[in-house]
Structures are given as structure tokens and as C-alpha cells.
Design a protein around this ligand. Structure first.
Ligand code: PLP
Length: 439
């Protein structure tokens, strides 16, 4: 497949027909930013049903980590599918799940031994972590962060504090969740300078939250994204996560890191938390873990994940085909893709930062590896959010053959497959440059 190349008006005739049928039968709750109807994918390229080819800097929301339909992953899936599709790892045994548990233990960002709980999605991984933290500590409180996204089922939604539309109309949510400011130093939520932002956010937890709202001994866990994903690809200072670790340890709380979006090699290390030296108690994963097959995992130290049979399980969780895809994925990440994320990511980040000179609308560029955000503002001084303009740039990129998504209210996220080449990164930058011009 070669591209990008856009040959028809968008959507093309076949895409338009499918979108019309979709509107009749598919839930209206999905957010489609532009009319892409995919027919086929290969590496970092996506072909739509009308034969247009796009460069994919979304990876289906950071999922197609090894690129679309990587031959090694397809082979692993096909071989496993030919043997058996399902036998419910909750009631029976199969080696694929054991092998994946061993592999996850080998890559986990904290010392072992570990055990893993298998579900089908990010939200399920986080539900497991929340339940595990409560069960293990016999405490109910959870500290989460403004801007966080942990999923949309009732437990994880209670921690999610991203867009209001995700929570509006669904209350009451699970009690016992307390939100604290996340160290977003570009626009410090407690109104302070970038240099003091992390310290002030932490001070809020220690001097407000834990002194006025909830006793430390009632808190089961602090749940945090090491880089906020849906919140806008926000990289906090390392000290923020390091101090959260200390607070958790000091008070007997668990530190749960949600690596659903930032994990699986995307940042150039297997887990984003590894950039900070912090060792969590529980790590949750999904998205890129199986290159597109449904899998969500909560991996914890064995002494923590020792709940008795029947306490938590999922019929489909850790499905053998997903496990096979995940094993092939992890091998590819270790054998070079993680390194590629680091080098091509640094190239893309430098290129995106260089665009700031030409486009005053870019207020901030940040990220690690191939997890990069560009925040658009109407004025660099006031940092007024350029939300409409961001949406326009996303749309213009699509029309020029580049798939990107928004994150937060006014950021563009670049989360391509980890097979992206330097040349493709340059193409993405060119299209971004053109799409930003005149907005
Ligand atoms: C950090 C994070 N956690 C959890 C989730 C929820 O994952 P899922 O949509 O698979 O339930 C997401 C999804 O975007 C995420 O980015």
C-alpha cells in the first residue's frame, strides 16, 4: 500500500452510503470526528472503502501498536484460532494465558512476583484495579485526578474527570472518589507558575484533601495516568509521580498506574512510569497490548492480588486468541518497535516543536516517544483555548490524507503505530504544517 493519497471527495460515495446505514443502527453515543470508513490497513497506512489511502497517526486510539495487521500478529492469531477460540480462563486452564502472565511479569514496572487479572478493555482493567485496591486494603477511598480518563463503566467512570458529557446524566456515581489537580504545568490548575505547579498540586492532596475531606487511612489507592491521555497528552514533572508514590507508601495506600494509553512501548519504554523511576503496586494495560484484539490487564504484586476464587472474573477475559496476539505484540515491541518509538518519536517531537516558530497557534508541544500532543491556543499569552480551530485542523489533516485525533479541549494528539518510519513522520509534519496554515 502506498500513500497517503486522497482521490475522491470525502466521504467518497461508498463511505457515504455506509455512514448513512450506520446512522440508522449504531449507537449515537460514538464521537466520530470525520467520516473515515476503513477497508484495509497495512503498517501505518489505512485504505478507505473508496480507495483513498491515509497515513494513520491515531492507531485506532493508540491500539494498533505494531501497525495494522502486522504479519507476525496475524499469524499468531490465525494459528490460535485454528486450535481453539475460547475455553474461559476463569474456569479452565490454557497455556497461552499462563505464558502471557509470565511475559507480563517479565516486563512489569515493579519487582515481582506478580499475578495478572485478564479482562477485555481498559475500563475492565481499571475496574479490576479499583476492586482489588478496596478488597486488599479494606478501605474504600480512591484518589483520582481532574482531567483523568479511566473508562466509562460505573467504577472507572467515577474516576474519570475528563469531558462533562462522559458523566452528565449518569449519576450517582460510585462514592468515595476524590479528585485532585493533575500537574499540568502549561496551565497549572491551581493557578501557579510552571516551576511550582507540581508542588502545589501535591500540596492540595496533602493539605486539603487528606486533611479536610478524607482520612489517609480510609484511602485504598491513588489511581493516576503517568501521562494524561484523553486529558490532552499532558506530561507531568517526574517529581509529581515520585511524591504520589511516597504519599501512598506513607499511608498504606496502593499506587495504581493506568498505562492503558501510555503503556506497551509507546513512550519508548515499555511503561511511561519507567521514565520516572517510580514503582507502582498495580499497573493497568489495554489498547496496544494485543495490537487490536480485545484485552485488558491489571498486573499487581502477588501479595496484593491474592483474592479468593469467585471474587472477580470475566468470561471472555484473557481469551486465547487475544493472548496469542499479545504475546506476538510484546515480542515485536521488545525486538525493535519500542526503540523505534523512541527514535522516530524524538524526530516527530522535534519537528512538531519546530512548527511552533511558524504557527503561533501552537501554544505547547509535549510528549514522550510516539505519544505527542500539540496544544492550540488563540493567544500564547492568555492561552485561550483554540478548540474550534483544533477541530478544523483535525478535519483539514483528514482531507489531506493524515489521520489525527483531538485530545482534551484543544490539543491534537499524535499516537501513530510504533512502526512509523522517519519518512512517514516527515509526511505527517508536512500535512500538519499545511493544515495549520491559515487556521
Ligand atoms: C488511560 C486510559 N484508561 C482507560 C481507558 C479506557 O479504555 P477502554 O476504552 O478500552 O475501556 C482509556 C481509553 O481511552 C484510557 O486512555
Amino acid at each position: 500500500m502506498n500513500g497517503p493519497s486522497v482521490k475522491t471527495a470525502l466521504p467518497g460515495p461508498k463511505a457515504a452510503a455506509i455512514i448513512e446505514r450506520d446512522a440508522r443502527v449504531v449507537s449515537t453515543s460514538y464521537t466520530r470526528d470525520y467520516p473515515l470508513v476503513m477497508a484495509r490497513g497495512e503498517g501505518s497506512l489505512v485504505e478507505d472503502v473508496d480507495g483513498n489511502v491515509f497515513l494513520d497517526c491515531t492507531a485506532g486510539i493508540a491500539v494498533a501498536s505494531t501497525g495494522h495487521s502486522h504479519p507476525d500478529v496475524v499469524k499468531a492469531i490465525t494459528e490460535q484460532a485454528g486450535r481453539f477460540l475460547h475455553m474461559s480462563g476463569t474456569d479452565f486452564y490454557y497455556e497461552q494465558q499462563v505464558r502471557l502472565g509470565e511475559e507480563l511479569s517479565a516486563i512489569a514496572p515493579m519487582p515481582g512476583p506478580h499475578r495478572s487479572f485478564f479482562g477485555n478493555s481498559g475500563t475492565e482493567a481499571n475496574e479490576a484495579a479499583i476492586k482489588l485496591a478496596r478488597y486488599y486494603t479494606k478501605r474504600s477511598g480512591i484518589i483520582a485526578f481532574f482531567g483523568a480518563f479511566h473508562g466509562r463503566t460505573m467504577g472507572s467512570l467515577s474516576l474519570t474527570a475528563s469531558k462533562l458529557t462522559q458523566r452528565r446524566g449518569f449519576g450517582p456515581l460510585v462514592p468515595g472518589v476524590y479528585h485532585a489537580p493533575y500537574a499540568n504545568c502549561y496551565r497549572c490548575p491551581v493557578g501557579n507558575r510552571p516551576e511550582t505547579c507540581a508542588a502545589e498540586c501535591l500540596r492540595f492532596i496533602e493539605e486539603q484533601l487528606l486533611m479536610h475531606l478524607v482520612a489517609p487511612e480510609d484511602v485504598a489507592a491513588i489511581v493516576v495516568e503517568p501521562i494524561q491521555g484523553e486529558g490532552g497528552y499532558i506530561v507531568p514533572p517526574e517529581v509529581f509521580l515520585q511524591r504520589l508514590r511516597e504519599i501512598a507508601t506513607q499511608h498504606g495506600m496502593l499506587l495504581v498506574v493506568d498505562e492503558v494509553q501510555s503503556g506497551m512501548g509507546r513512550t519508548g519504554k515499555m511503561f511511561a512510569i519507567e521514565h520516572t523511576g517510580v514503582q507502582p503496586d498495580v499497573v493497568t494495560m489495554a489498547k496496544g497490548i494485543a495490537s487490536g484484539l480485545p484485552l485488558g490487564v491489571a498486573t499487581a504484586k502477588s501479595e496484593i492480588i491474592s483474592w479468593p476464587p469467585g471474587t472477580h472474573a470475566s468470561t471472555f477475559g484473557g481469551n486465547p486468541v487475544s493472548c496469542a496476539a499479545s504475546l506476538a505484540t510484546i515480542k515485536l515491541l521488545r525486538d525493535g518497535l519500542m526503540k523505534n518509538a523512541e527514535t522516530v518519536g524524538a524526530h516527530l517531537l522535534a519537528g512538531a516543536t519546530a512548527l511552533m516558530e511558524k504557527h503561533r497557534i501552537i501554544g505547547d508541544v509535549r510528549g514522550r516517544g510516539l505519544m505527542i500532543g500539540l496544544e492550540l491556543v488563540r493567544d500564547r499569552q492568555t492561552k485561550e483555548r483554540a478548540t474550534r480551530e483544533r477541530d478544523a485542523v483535525v478535519r483539514r489533516c483528514f482531507e489531506r490524507g493524515l489521520l489525527v485525533l483531538g485530545a482534551g479541549q484543544n490539543a491534537i494528539r499524535l499516537s501513530p503505530p510504533l512502526v512509523l518510519t522517519k519518512q512517514q513522520a516527515d509526511t505527517a509534519l508536512e500535512i500538519l504544517d499545511q493544515s495549520l496554515t491559515g487556521v
